[in-house]
Ligand binder design. Structure first.
Ligand SMILES: [Zn+2]
Length: 413
């Protein structure tokens, strides 16, 4: 059996897979163009539903059991400082051979960072190998890699030892607040996680270590007053917020590898009123779990000082949704296997640390060996210059099939 997989028979099978994937190229491109021109910003529910309508029949070709989930709404702080539930799209999932001894979790997302009002809504060719478009790399291209790799695996490989679950979430770009619970629920049943984020560089570098991330909102409550009649009786929430954000920003100098980015401020209204409300939102990036505790400690201390000094109440919300991904022994061993498989294809696998995070952070923190940049080669993601190197659709699909075949032959404890 083993000889069959890696001997002459294995070579013929690899050839068949490679040939078949190349034949699928026109279909892949057609789907990429169609999917990328469906706006699926995280909060565009109609667009996400349209994505469901195209993903459903595409993944139905795999004859897997569907296990879709409705997600609870995500709470955001609005400009009035109130918690407002934002509905999320559907989490799609399909399961195949859950009884097989080796189980792989493959993960992608259907949402993009471009909302309906964003000017970037359609694709255009930069040259015959490079396509610019919303989500072409992050990650509609990646979802296609996953789909065609699984099709090839199911058609040509010996799949008796390997089962899988695909999950495609609608909320990755806001930190997977709704789907993270499902990852936690499903992860213990799997041995490895493969995530289809685009490569770090157009040459195909993979992400190794990843920073963790948390999002926080602060609502400062001042006191409104007429600026002419009772200025001294007011407490200016904007001025309070300015001091608070300065103090938060000063934390940037205090701990190696931790960054705090004040990304949003809102407050005030008519200028003849002392403003009673101001809001700030920020993102914190971390290198290790201890950084999270450090931040909470600093925050507590800073808020106590602020409230004592300015006499304004501050409500805060948020948490660390993405734990840092650490390249421990388990992760390094999995990346070494990826390098072996890449080498068999004539490719060199490089990986680098990144400050960016994704669902791979969550799977790695749950103890799964996780490679999370198995999607297409491309670049300039999250900007209107986003592009995909088109032939990487085939290359990366082939890489996934070979990796899955290799994993299906690994002894499991
Ligand atoms: Zn992404």
């Amino acid at each position: 059996m083993v000889l069959e997989r890696y001997g002459e028979g294995g070579k013929i099978m690899e050839q068949k897979i490679s040939t078949w994937l190349k034949q699928q190229y026109p279909d892949m491109i057609a789907r990429l163009l169609a999917w990328s021109e469906i706006n699926s910003g995280t909060f565009n529910l109609a667009g996400l539903n349209r994505m469901v309508e195209v993903l459903e029949p595409a993944f139905a070709e795999l004859n897997a059991q569907s296990d879709h989930v409705d997600l609870p709404p995500y709470d955001v702080i609005n400009d009035h400082g109130q918690i407002t539930p934002q509905p999320l799209g559907k989490l799609l999932s399909w399961v195949k051979r859950p009884e097989a001894p080796i189980q792989i979790l493959l993960c992608g997302h259907m949402d993009t960072v471009y909302d309906l009002n964003h000017p970037f809504q359609s694709c255009s060719y930069i040259n015959d190998q490079t396509l610019n478009g919303p989500g072409v790399a992050d990650m509609k291209g990646g979802v296609l890699v996953m789909l065609y790799a699984l099709q090839a695996l199911e058609q040509f490989a010996d799949v008796s030892q390997i089962g899988w679950r695909v999950m495609i979430n609608p909320d990755e770009e806001i930190g997977s607040p709704g789907s993270a619970n499902w990852m936690r629920k499903w992860a213990p049943d799997y041995h490895y996680a493969l995530v289809y984020e685009p490569s770090l560089t157009p040459e195909g570098f993979f992400a190794g270590q990843r920073k963790g991330s948390g999002n926080f909102s602060f609502v400062v409550h001042g006191l409104a007053a007429h600026v002419g009649r009772a200025f001294d009786q007011g407490k200016n929430a904007i001025v309070g917020l300015a001091h608070l954000t300065q103090a938060l920003n000063a934390l940037n100098q205090q701990r190696e590898g931790v960054t705090i980015n004040i990304g949003y401020c809102h407050g005030g209204g008519p200028v003849n009123i002392v403003p009673a409300l101001a809001i700030a939102k920020l993102n914190v990036r971390t290198l290790c779990r201890q950084d999270e505790f450090w931040f909470y400690e600093q925050l507590e201390c800073l808020l106590d000082t602020f409230q004592a000094e300015y006499g304004m109440q501050v409500d805060w919300y948020g948490q660390f949704g993405r734990p840092p991904k650490i390249m421990d022994e388990k992760q390094t061993a999995f990346y070494t296997l990826l390098a072996e498989v890449s080498k068999e294809m004539g490719l060199t696998a490089h990986w680098e640390a990144t400050g960016g995070c994704c669902d791979g952070n969550n799977f790695a923190a749950m103890g799964l060996p996780t490679i999370d940049t198995l999607g297409v080669r491309g670049g300039a993601i999250h900007t209107d210059k986003e592009f995909i190197v088109l032939d990487s659709l085939i290359e990366r699909a082939e890489l996934t099939v070979r990796l899955l075949m290799k994993l299906s032959n690994m002894p499991q404890k």
